[in-house]
Structures are given as C-alpha cells and as structure tokens.
Design a binder for this molecule. Sequence first.
Ligand SMILES: O=C(CO)COP(=O)(O)O
Length: 262
Amino acid sequence: MPRTPLMAGNWKMNLNHVEAVGFVQKLAWTLEDKKHDPARCEVVVLPPFTDLRSVQTLIDGDRLKLVYGAQDVSANDAGAYTGEISAGMLAKLGCRYVTVGHSERRFYHHEDDALVNLKARKALATGIAPIVCVGEGRDVRQSGEHVAYVVAQVHAAFADVTAEQASTVVVAYEPVWAIGTGEVATPENAQEVCAAIRGVVAELYSDSVADAVRVLYGGSVKADNVAGIMSQPDVDGALVGGASLKVDEFAAVARFYDLPSL
Ligand SMILES: O=C(CO)COP(=O)(O)O
C-alpha cells in the first residue's frame, strides 16, 4: 500500500490545555512502551484550539512521535471575523491536519458543501492537509441513497483543488448515525462507501492521486471493533471521537497497524 495509514483522535470540545498536556504525555509514553512504529501509522491528535500551543510545545520540545492538528479553520485569511482562526495561524502553530466539514459543524453551524470546500482550500494553501468529513444521516441511509449522497459531498469538497493538493487530502467517511451512538458501520458498509470515495478521486484526477489519498472511517470506532473495519482495502485508518479521550483505548486503536498479523 503506497499510503501511510492514519489514526486521528478528534477530541471535540473536551480536555483543557492542562489536561491535554497530561494526556499527550501519557499517550506518547504508552505508544513508545508498546513499541509503536510511526512509519506504519501516523497517530494524530486534534485538540481544541486553546490546547494547541501547549501540545505543540510538548510534542516539539520532547520530540514525541505524535502529530497534531485542529478541528476547524476559517474560510477567511484575516480581518474582522470575530472568533475565527485562520489557516495561517494554524500553520504557524505547526498543525499538520485540520478537520473540515465535520457533521457536527454542518449541523450546529449550518456549514454547507461550498463552505467546506473553501475551508479545505484555505488549509491546502498553507500546507495543512484537510481531513474532509463526509457522511449520510440515518434517513439517507434508510433510503438507500448513501453512496450518491457521499459522492456528491466529495465532488463538492474537491472543487478547484489541484491534483498536487488533492493527493494530500484525507477524506473521513463518518456516517452520522454511527457517531457517538455505539452503532458502528459494518466493515462491508465502510468499504462500500470508502471505495466510492476513492473512485470519485480517480475520476476527478487520476488513479495515482486516488492511490495517494487516505480514506478514513469514523463513527463509534473502539479497540474492539477497529480490526474488522481496518481490514478493508479502501479504509486507511480511523477518525476517532469518544475512544480518543481514553489513553489506553486510543493507543490500542492507534497500534492496530503495528500488530504482527498484518
Ligand atoms: O465524530 C467522530 C470523530 O470525528 C466519531 O465520534 P465517535 O467515535 O465518538 O463516534
């Protein structure tokens, strides 16, 4: 497989900067203790904005083998946008990734596909890889239109993204009905949609770009269900919510690609 798998912990609005420091230290020690090989899988934490400086200082200062990023980015570069954080600010803090279009932002903040595309392009322009979140709600899943729904979201997310930029994009398939519900998608469900996502990238760009793009699954991923989903050929890792807030649980998920069975 040409692409390095990625396990990302989306902390959402949890852990203040003091708690974040303790958590990241313990996560790094746990992974080191278990001989995690970063070449096999990139392990990423996505803390709240207010934690980023502390996390940067810790990871850089102690050369911890962890990567960090943010959970959202502004669609604007600078100026009178109260409360917003620009891609340039995140890049200056050393963020390598940022989630855009998470279903919670689409729902609570009414973010649409056009805004998600703009945010992804702002991230790409500063060298940050967007983790573009897509996924259908329960009604769409029940109607059987889930593949078409997600394919449309992916098309929109890649608008005006160059082939060179596209190969660095990460797409996270997070069916809304699986987020925080304990109702994880079956490996076959995840594979069906993740393969369709890669198919869109191949159609928009080329097979080599599609081969480079990492497609993650997210939604109730835990240590005891990660293996089935990750065994699918088009799933390259996970975007983890609740289970990323427990060091041992997240470390167990993150270590999946270290296991000798693979
Ligand atoms: O939304 C998610 C990650 O972005 C998934 O959350 P859970 O893992 O808590 O279901």
